[in-house]
Design a protein around this ligand. Structure first.
Ligand code: SAM
Length: 277
């Protein structure tokens, strides 16, 4: 199906089911068959693969995934779209439609995660994907968010999500996507990204605490790291905190948070864990 056909088909389906597109739910439906084809190619789906799709929408991507994979889990939260999905996908016996909020559901372990995700939940959804069991994820994001995933320390897009991704996955920006690839077109450009799990680049004494400290530090990315550390210890009701306890870190603690490399953050976390936990 060429792009115009997919666009016409999408508009027709929305009209036929009297569906008003919800901005809040990030409903922008894929209408570029070329992009659809490349998304499938990047995913390298094998006939033995199970695949998870988050936000299946009108099932455009789901249908092609079902033709290629052994099994597809398709999550969608919008009741009207769920009805369309059930009708459209009833010819496949390898698709399991899961009704609900992707942020609240437990993800089934799958080889692949392939999704044009709702942009409004990019950050929590990415953290959830990073903790899921998968081999390769091909995802579309807002371009600006995709750039955050690959940002270098000290640049404007560097933040908590960058550190999370750096720690858990290999990340590759595959291509930029014009607004017209979706209907209705989103306000900004998008980008397709590939994530592959990788072994952590360093070994925190306590991974959970490491991520908690990352979260605290990036609440104030422009403040010096020592302030973030203070907030963190305060949140733990730690009254014995003295910067002198952290002498080996004195140089790092004087840096602004957004200039800290993931490994410097790990140094902070390790000393805090060994001093205070
Ligand atoms: N996969 C479809 C496509 O490519 O045309 C739709 C993509 S659209 C960008 C995102 C979809 O995610 C919408 O169908 C929306 O209803 C759904 N959605 C939004 N928030 C969700 C959530 N928290 N859990 C599950 N689905 C959600």
């Amino acid at each position: 199906m060429n792009k115009n056909n997919l666009l016409l088909e999408t508009i027709k389906t929305l009209r036929a089911h009297n569906i008003k597109v919800s901005k809040k739910k990030g409903q922008h439906f894929l209408v570029s068959s070329n992009l659809l084809k490349r998304e499938i190619d990047y995913s390298e789906i094998q006939s033995s693969d199970t695949v998870l799709e988050i936000g299946a929408g009108l099932g455009t991507l789901t249908k092609v995934l079902a033709e290629k994979a052994k099994k597809v889990f398709a999550i969608e939260m919008d009741h009207k779209l769920l009805q369309v999905l059930k009708d459209k996908l009833s010819i496949f016996n390898n698709v399991e439609i899961i009704s609900g909020d992707a942020l609240k559901l437990e993800f089934p372990p799958t080889q692949k995660i392939v999704s044009n995700i709702p942009y409004s939940i990019s950050s929590p959804l990415t953290f959830k994907i990073l903790s899921a069991k998968y081999e390769r994820a091909v995802l579309t994001y807002q371009l600006e968010f995709a750039e955050r995933l690959i940002a270098k320390p000290g640049t404007k897009n560097y933040g908590r999500i960058t550190v999370g991704v750096y720690y858990k996955a290999e990340v590759k920006l595959l291509e930029r996507i014009p607004r017209t690839a979706f209907y209705p077109p989103p306000k900004v450009e998008s980008a397709m990204v590939m994530l592959k799990p990788k072994p952590p680049p360093f070994a925190p004494l306590n991974e959970k605490t490491f991520f908690e400290i990352v979260r605290f530090l990036f609440m104030h990315p422009n403040k010096k790291a020592k302030h973030g550390v203070r907030y963190y210890l305060k949140s733990k009701n730690n009254k014995d905190f003295k910067l002198t306890n952290l002498e080996p870190l004195s140089k790092i603690l004087e840096k602004r948070v957004r200039y800290l490399t993931p490994s410097e953050i790990n140094k902070i976390a390790d000393i805090l864990i060994s001093e205070y936990e």
